[in-house]
Design a protein around this ligand. Structure first.
Ligand SMILES: [Zn+2]
Length: 62
């Protein structure tokens, strides 16, 4: 069970799909009080869409 430990690189988890991605390849975006990371632009767009709705959602949902 001793797998050869690879050089531990800084990695982060995608805010959307929770996939681990190397920090160097991750997209990052500043949220309100933290920095969110993403595996790619797809997830970044999704997150942006979700986050954006809070600010842009002016219409009442019934
Ligand atoms: Zn992702």
């Amino acid at each position: 069970m001793n797998d050869s430990l690879k050089s531990k690189q800084d990695s982060v988890k995608c805010e959307v799909c929770m996939k681990e991605v190397p920090l160097s390849e991750a997209k990052s975006a500043e949220a309100n009080e933290y920095v969110a990371h993403f595996c790619g632009l797809d997830c970044y767009a999704k997150w942006r869409h979700q986050a954006g709705t809070a600010e842009d959602a002016k219409k009442t949902s019934g």
